[in-house]
Design a protein around this ligand. Sequence first.
Ligand code: FE
Length: 357
Amino acid sequence: MSSKLGRRTFLGAGAAATAVALGGLNRQPAQAQFPWFRNRGRVVNLYSSRHYDTDEQLYERFREATGIRVNVVEAEADQLIERIKSEGQNSPADLLMTVDAGRLWRAEQEGIFQPVTSSVLTGAIPDNLRHPDGLWFGLTQRARVLMYRKDRVNPADLSTYEALVDAKWRGRILTRSSTNIYSQSLVGSIMAAHGAADTETWARGLVANFARDPQGGDTDQIKAVAAGLGDVAISNTYYLARLLKSDSAEDRAVAEAMGVFFPNQNDRGTHVNISGAGLVRTAPNADAAIAFLEYLVSPEAQRIFAEGNNEYPVVEGVAVDSVVASFGEFKADSLNAAVFGRNNPEALRITDRAGWK
Ligand code: FE
């Protein structure tokens, strides 16, 4: 994989702009099945806030199958949104890919996306994991679960996100900051279930049970629980899978001390977020970009996603990674990702007022 990293560009790169000139000369209807020679010189410019080396495999396999090269500009989603806005009509961006529905919603609000009509995409992706009008599409799912120290917590004491405010959890809960979009989307999903007022009460109760002021990412919460700083971490499952597969014996020991609990199995299901992408309004290579989106829901690409970053496929019937599968099957909240995306600004105000740092 490392040999391909050089092709990846970061903010400020000129490669994407060069590529647009080529793509613009050679626009033709795209089908992923086109012979390689017909697509020679064609490109897709992907602005991505995903930061997983395994995604390189997706770009490479797509190029092998179609001859279309994927140029990647990687940065935080908000930076990419700003960049697309400032580039305006001349933006080389074809696709914007994020790791959270909240950011897709922000991009949508900024008028960055245009609708895509594709029976391949609508056929492969369940309704609740894509925008109702095709402005963006979920490509992988991530479940936000409770992880507990097996020697200190009886999983029978866990039930729902809501129940984490119970007094028995005082000083025992760890989660990342409310400035993180994963936290905001979780709060947005609770708003959808209970309304803003009750969600604020819940957020206050959760903050009251924090083991410490939020700091670090999901992995830090898991490690803190393993170290005895608290008993329950709120985390996406793939962070634990990564630790279980780590080369470091210390990481594996941390992960093995932890149990996974899928909350809300007796009601709406566990909160799932998406990593997804939409077609940029000014995309110079729209056809190739749609072909790439369609490739990303193929069984092969879904398997690469599932194995590469230990995420859950969006496409029915694609096997999950074996370590991820060991966490067990679960019922996912079927709330449309657009809803907690839309709830994002209010979720932020709620967490602010609740003192969730
Ligand atoms: Fe993440």
